[in-house]
Design a protein around this ligand. Structure first.
Ligand code: RP5
Ligand code: MG
Ligand code: MG
Length: 241
């Protein structure tokens, strides 16, 4: 990344020397939608304005640069292009915040947290919204993929029954920009974070096993003295707090 000090993040600060590094990850290049790859999950190399008109951002209307690329509403990142993200502009995700009172200590909350396979950092078990998917479906699908990697049919049935009950009552606690390390000047993460509270009885019935892009899963103390919690991925700690 081209180094950007905090005082120069805002686009309102003139900075003629600013020269962001162009980057598109190979994993995005191979997934680009085209005539030969009509089901690719990534956008075409040139931003398609007709398509982008319908891409809604929680941050308001999209703005475009001279190359017709959407501009990150929160400012400069030091990288241009899509980087590791598939879509120009907002890349939508959903995040489940599943809480319980810590067994034996009713004054302390815990959350279901996963260790990300890509960075090793602990995070909410969230993920990207698939094409045509509604976020309320994404949040459950990602939870099941990342922490419900069950070893047997019986365990899977127990997990699904517990999740049915748990996800029946949720509340949206955040909707908007995510300060994700993959963000670029032209592509960024936005999410909807849902809160679901798990009773002690239900927590006993909810087996947790890491799967997909998660390497580990645990009930993590909501406590700044817990280093994995204090360093939670991207803006995840803000929403839990
Ligand atoms: C974060 O990246 C979101 O808050 C969500 O947790 C996650 C989605 O990306 P993957 O986990 O699929 O990499 O910005
Ligand atoms: Mg996932
Ligand atoms: Mg994920």
């Amino acid at each position: 990344r081209f180094p950007v000090e905090d005082a120069k993040v805002s686009w309102k600060v003139p900075w003629p020397e600013y020269s962001p590094v162009p980057f598109v990850a190979p994993s995005v290049l191979v997934a680009e939608r085209s005539d030969t790859n009509p089901n690719g999950w990534a956008d075409s190399p040139r931003p398609n304005l007709a398509e982008l008109k319908h891409r809604l951002s929680c941050e308001g209307p999209l703005f475009f640069d001279a190359d017709q690329r959407p501009v990150n509403p929160r400012g400069r990142t030091g990288v241009c292009g899509r980087g590791m993200l598939g879509k120009w502009g907002p890349n939508r995700a959903a995040d489940p915040i599943v809480t319980r009172w810590k067994p034996g200590d009713k004054r302390k909350l815990q959350i279901v947290a996963i260790q990300r396979g890509d960075t090793g950092v602990w995070a909410l078990p969230g993920g990207m919204v698939d094409a045509g998917e509604v976020v309320s479906v994404t949040v459950r699908r990602e939870f099941a993929e990342e922490v419900g990697n069950m070893a047997s049919d019986a365990e899977r049935a127990a997990f699904n029954a517990a999740v049915d009950e748990l996800f029946a009552h949720g509340e949206v606690v955040y909707r908007g920009y995510v300060d994700d390390p993959r963000n670029t000047d032209n592509a960024w993460m936005e999410t909807t974070a849902f809160h679901f509270h798990c009773t002690a009885d239900l927590a006993v019935q909810l087996p947790l096993r890491a799967g997909d892009d998660a390497h580990n899963v645990t009930w993590l103390d909501v406590d700044d003295a817990e280093p994995r919690y204090a360093a939670l991925y991207a803006s995840h700690k803000d929403w839990v707090d």
